[in-house]
Design a binder for this molecule. Structure first.
Ligand SMILES: [Mn+2]
Length: 427
């Protein structure tokens, strides 16, 4: 299925009257605050969030999985689905692939298809957290950290394969998330496990193309519940620093213990030039992979406030940070969920762009705590929906992507095309 220009235009025409009224009020507010509307619109328009191939099908938990019908079974269909999202919001112009789930049989054809849909290939992800069919050595007791050199070499080789696939498609980064760790006290020598991981990462880093990044993800627990080899941003940063300039830390919002001050982590990493990428999702308890912004929208806004603070000198927005959604769904249509996530991300970003950074800094300098807080709340409480609609209308996206998705009955069309029992590869 494809969404054409005419369908978008018809939809936008129907939204125009009510949009004009609300946008008029909004732009008056901006003028009163002396905020340049065009700059804000330009920055919103530039912002693209990559869609992970594994979020396009029904997600599962370890208790089971419920089909949604019309899931993309092949890479071609996954790219098609991202094409639908991008046509609707013009903010999802990238796909992140997971190897071996998404090995392209014909890279040239895959590239052509993506180009036609205006989609580029974001970071490629390696997978040493599960054993694949016909795999020689098991990762049951770790991969890059394994006690046995042969297993480590197999895991290193897999990562090098992932880089090769990524190069063929035009990716510029590899994301490494390790499930390595231990379930019981005494099981693993912490120092040796970390040093072996560093040694394996060095082998991968040496083969990294000059214009690539290595993104190192961290996670405090799960699937290992006593220790993880890379449990936190400090360990990720330590490894990235030892490896070199192309290695950076990746922040996954769900990979923190409850109430961690993620915005502060972001500030520190940006100060050091070591923030490489983001995985957006939301959580109430742990790595819940819920829709971005559904539980803690204020936290998301505060994170963007730190990002915007550092990016101010760069008018195009953020250079060198990869943005991606990393979520998984068992109870919603994943495409609807992704539309909601992108909307929440852009909303937090838009609000952060409204913060008067100069006044905030002034308030901080004179320790006017109340004023500093009020400045943030004023931006956070602003209804930016008219702004996001305007941004989308200007870039030929749908004014209301979710509404058009439902009006066009996209899911039913996909079920007609692909059937009710297709299963997307992935978790
Ligand atoms: Mn992640």
């Amino acid at each position: 299925m494809k969404i054409n220009k005419q369908q978008i235009e018809n939809h936008n025409r129907n939204q125009l009257k009510s949009h004009k009224d609300s946008f008029g009020v909004f732009s008056d507010q901006l003028t009163a605050k002396k905020i340049d509307l065009d700059t804000v619109l330009y920055r919103l328009n530039q912002f693209q969030v990559a869609i992970p191939s594994w979020a396009l099908g029904a997600g599962g938990t370890r208790f089971g999985r419920f089909h949604i019908g019309g899931e993309p079974g092949r890479l071609k269909e996954k790219i098609e689905d991202v094409g639908l999202l991008h046509a609707l919001n013009r903010s999802s112009g990238a796909i992140s692939l997971h190897i071996p789930w998404d090995i392209p049989d014909d890279p040239e054809a895959v590239k052509r298809q993506a180009e036609e849909l205006d989609i580029r290939f974001d970071a490629v992800n390696s997978n040493t957290f599960q054993d694949q069919k016909n795999q020689k050595h098991s990762y049951k007791f770790g991969s890059l950290c394994h006690t046995d050199r042969i297993v480590r070499e197999q895991a290193v080789d897999h990562n090098l394969d992932v880089i090769r696939y990524g190069k063929e498609l035009g990716s510029k980064a590899i994301t490494i998330w390790l499930a390595d760790g231990s379930n019981f006290p005494g099981q693993q020598n912490f120092r040796k496990a970390l040093m072996r991981t560093l040694g394996s990462l060095e082998k991968i880093y040496r083969e990294l193309p000059d214009d690539w990044k290595m993104l190192i993800e961290y996670k405090p627990y799960e699937p290992n519940f006593y220790s993880m080899v890379i449990p936190d941003w400090g360990t990720s940063h330590l490894l990235a620093s030892k490896l070199g300039a192309q290695a950076k830390t990746l922040v996954d919002l769900g990979h923190h213990l409850p109430n961690t001050n993620i915005e502060q982590i972001v500030a520190t990493l940006m100060m050091e030039g070591k923030l490489g990428g983001f995985h957006f999702n939301d959580s109430k308890y742990g790595d819940d992979d819920l829709t971005t912004g559904c539980i803690k929208p204020y936290q998301l806004f505060l994170i963007f406030n730190e990002l915007v603070y550092e990016s101010d000198s760069d008018s195009t927005g953020f250079s060198g940070i990869d943005w991606m959604i990393d979520a998984s769904h068992n109870s919603k249509d994943p495409l609807e969920d992704l539309l909601q996530s992108v909307e929440a991300i852009l909303s937090a970003y838009a609000k952060a762009l409204l913060v008067d950074q100069a006044k905030l800094e002034e308030a901080r300098e004179v320790n006017d705590v109340t004023e500093a807080q009020e400045l943030l709340l004023d931006a956070f409480r602003t209804d930016v929906r008219p702004l996001l609609r305007e941004s989308r209308i200007r870039s030929q996206a749908a004014a209301e992507p979710l509404k058009l998705y439902r009006d066009l009955q996209v899911r039913n069309t996909l079920i007609d095309e692909r059937g009710t029992s297709t299963v997307a590869t992935g978790l």
